[in-house]
Design a protein around this ligand. Structure first.
Ligand SMILES: [Zn+2]
Length: 215
């Protein structure tokens, strides 16, 4: 999960109109807001469920670009009351609170809370729980998470190869452009690649400008 900055504000009467789906595609860079898969097959997820928040059914800020798998895995109770709320990636920089890392040996995704905020504590914990369902299949009947982890493994391996190439190559400029693209929030599973950089001081000094890290 990464921060999503909405720029569009379409006018519409029903949330499934073409203007809305087109705007969501652009605002979310065709990425599922939960698992970060870049996909054209998406569903519109009501962040605050339609059933309980009827006044938000056609509110653009409540509409999220979500892949079919995640929309299925996400429990219906999410965001139905304050105890079940998750972090809103359109308002909060998720990476300031949650770190995601691929553990190749154990074939799982490590999801760690890295900072605390009294006001967001429940939301952070609920988000981690949901991400564990999505990536690791915890408390979920879905077995699609194995395919998802395979995809992430491929993306991370390819990114590590580029970092390796960067160290060895004399034509660094071309590789830097590729690394920059990989670290951009528009790329698939970008948070995994961004954390590889953030977790390594040498790499961080070199590439932090591409992850929007001001520290
Ligand atoms: Zn997804």
């Amino acid at each position: 999960m990464v921060k999503v900055d909405r720029e569009l504000n379409p006018t519409f009467t029903k949330y499934n109109e073409k203007d809305v789906t087109d705007s969501l595609k652009k605002d979310f860079n065709k990425k599922c807001y939960l698992c970060e898969e870049v996909t054209r097959h998406f569903e519109i997820d009501h962040f605050y469920p339609q059933k309980y928040y009827t006044h938000l059914i056609n509110d653009y800020s409540n509409l999220f670009y979500c892949c079919q798998k995640c929309n299925k895995i996400k429990p219906k109770k999410v965001n139905t009351c304050s105890n079940d709320e998750i972090l809103n990636c359109c308002e909060i920089d998720i990476e300031a609170y949650i770190k995601l890392k691929l553990n190749i040996k154990e074939c799982k995704i490590e999801i760690e809370q890295i900072s605390t905020d009294k006001n967001l504590d429940t939301q952070i914990k609920n988000t981690i729980k949901l991400l564990n369902r999505i990536y690791n299949g915890e408390d979920s009947k879905s077995n699609s998470c194995e395919d998802l982890r395979e995809e992430i493994t491929t993306v991370v391996a390819s990114f590590r190869k580029k970092l390796d190439k960067y160290q060895k190559s004399k034509l660094k400029r071309v590789i830097i452009e590729q690394i920059k693209e990989d670290l951009d929030i528009t790329s698939s599973y970008s948070t995994f690649k961004r954390w590889i950089i953030k977790d390594n001081q040498v790499l961080n000094n070199k590439f932090k400008q591409y992850i929007g890290d001001k520290t």
